[in-house]
Design a binder for this molecule. Structure first.
Ligand code: FAD
Length: 411
């Protein structure tokens, strides 16, 4: 098969899919299919919520990134036919044929069957989710009367975040800063109330002690209320029901954000390949889907068994896998031996409010404003393409990264 006749189809324009497409430049006729027109650098979605970064910084257009290196189709893949080697898209009659397929549609929010959770809580995975949450906070603030008593302000401005992993911590500290700043600017009396709820007996399980100390200090400093060992039983339009030690309590809330877990993209639910108990596609160390040498899977939709649990389900892993995937797709066509590699921890970085962060690198943790700068620098380096990195780096350096206050709507 000549290079030009090799049809390589990639599903998902995230960390796994987009970076594979970029690496595959020149390997054949590469087509990237994504249901959004942009890539999303999810680790900075908190900064988008607070206005520290703009959409174009973290969600560049896929077509611009790919330039003429690959064809881009904006569309949702509805099914994959492994026997006819085609994929089907919603709103498109003709299936798309492939000679090699890369599956990287990522994950989606897992509400774990909790009553009302999907209906009434806000997810936090996309630009739109962040916009909706920002809007909810602003609208709630707009309803607080200027002369409200402190306890009424606190009751009106109660937000709950379900899930005490890194996402929950980053989100609550960011929300607490934004809301407190808005309360001050509007000269309201009292304080907002931000609550984080975790089923396990401690927050950020899997995180080392040194980083956890920063996290705990930040939550205390931001006056985020921590409920561990607490299960969410129900979410309703006006609040949340919690269960701790077999006792249930009701909490009235202005908003509930659900970051308590993920499940693989529904696209792979019906796919007849080997999967684990969570539905993740089992892949060989070469990233080939078991029993299908022309199909590769990576990122949040795949289970690569030989990685440390803390790396699983991260952008760091998907990014590293993308380089291996591209290399092996080339190897597959060239008939050369496919490779595997050891994936490593690239360091951890957590944003802790709008002014601070904590960064773990080379076994050491740094915190505070310096860590915030380090996090921005670290993430600039991981954005796709040199061109985009330079533009964003220049924008952050010259124009700054200050949060945008929650102004009254219509301001
Ligand atoms: C708020 C948040 C913060 C995070 N922070 C960090 C962090 O700090 N560090 C870290 O390492 N990881 C972080 N993660 C996890 C990280 O974002 C994921 O592990 C990573 O994005 C996985 O890459 P992926 O390519 O598998 O999926 P994604 O990056 O999610 O990309 C999948 C793409 O496929 C598209 N897609 C899905 N289904 C279809 C379909 N049927 N048809 C077409 N397109 C489809 C999706 O819209 C998406 O664009 C964070 C995640 C979230 C939600």
């Amino acid at each position: 098969m000549t290079k030009n006749s090799r049809k390589i189809v990639i599903i998902g324009g995230g960390f796994g899919g987009l970076f594979t497409a970029l690496d595959l430049n020149g390997a054949g006729e590469v087509t990237l299919i994504n249901d959004e027109d942009h890539f999303l650098f999810r680790p900075m979605l908190y900064e988008y919520l607070s206005g520290e970064v703009e959409a174009w910084h973290i969600a560049p257009d896929c077509r611009e990134l790919l330039d003429d290196q690959a064809k881009f189709i904006r569309g949702r893949v509805t099914s994959i036919d492994l026997s006819s080697k085609t994929v089907k898209l919603a709103d498109r009659e003709e299936p798309i044929p492939y000679n090699a397929l890369v599956i990287s549609p990522g994950a989606t929010t897992n509400y774990a069957g909790v009553e009302g959770a999907e209906q009434y809580s806000l997810p936090f995975r996309t630009l739109n989710d962040a916009q909706l949450l920002r809007r909810r906070m602003t609208e709630t603030l707009d309803l607080v009367q200027p002369d409200a008593a402190p306890q009424d302000t606190r009751a009106a401005l109660t937000f709950a975040v379900v899930g005490g992993g890194a996402s929950g911590v980053e989100l609550t500290t960011k929300m607490a800063d934004l809301l407190r700043d808005a309360v001050k600017r509007r000269a309201l009396q009292g304080e907002p109330r931000v609550v984080i709820i975790e089923m396990a007996d401690r927050l950020v399980p899997g995180m080392g002690t040194a980083l956890r100390e920063f996290v705990e200090a930040a939550l205390t400093e931001h006056r985020v209320e921590v409920y561990t060992g607490t299960r969410v039983v129900r979410v309703s339009e006006s609040g949340i029901t919690l269960e701790h030690n077999h006792t249930q309590t009701e909490l009235q809330t202005a908003g509930v954000v659900w970051v308590a877990g993920v499940r693989p993209s529904p696209l792979i639910e019906g796919l007849e390949v080997e999967r684990d108990h969570r539905g993740l596609i089992l892949v060989e160390p070469t990233l080939q889907v078991r029993g299908h040498e022309d199909v590769f899977a990576l990122g949040d939709a795949a289970l690569y068994t030989d990685v440390t649990p803390t790396l699983a389900g991260t952008a760091q892993l998907a990014l590293q896998e993308s380089h291996l995937c591209a290399r092996n797709v080339r190897g597959f066509f060239e008939g050369s031996e496919l490779k595997t590699r050891r994936f490593v921890e690239l360091g951890e970085a957590l944003s802790l409010g709008t002014e601070h962060a904590a960064v773990l690198t080379a076994g050491k943790v740094i915190g505070g404003p310096l860590a915030r700068q380090a996090r921005f620098a670290m993430y600039t380096a991981r954005l796709p393409t040199w061109h985009h990195r330079l533009r964003v780096g220049a924008s952050w350096f010259f124009e700054g990264t200050q949060p945008r206050p929650l102004q009254p709507l219509g301001f």
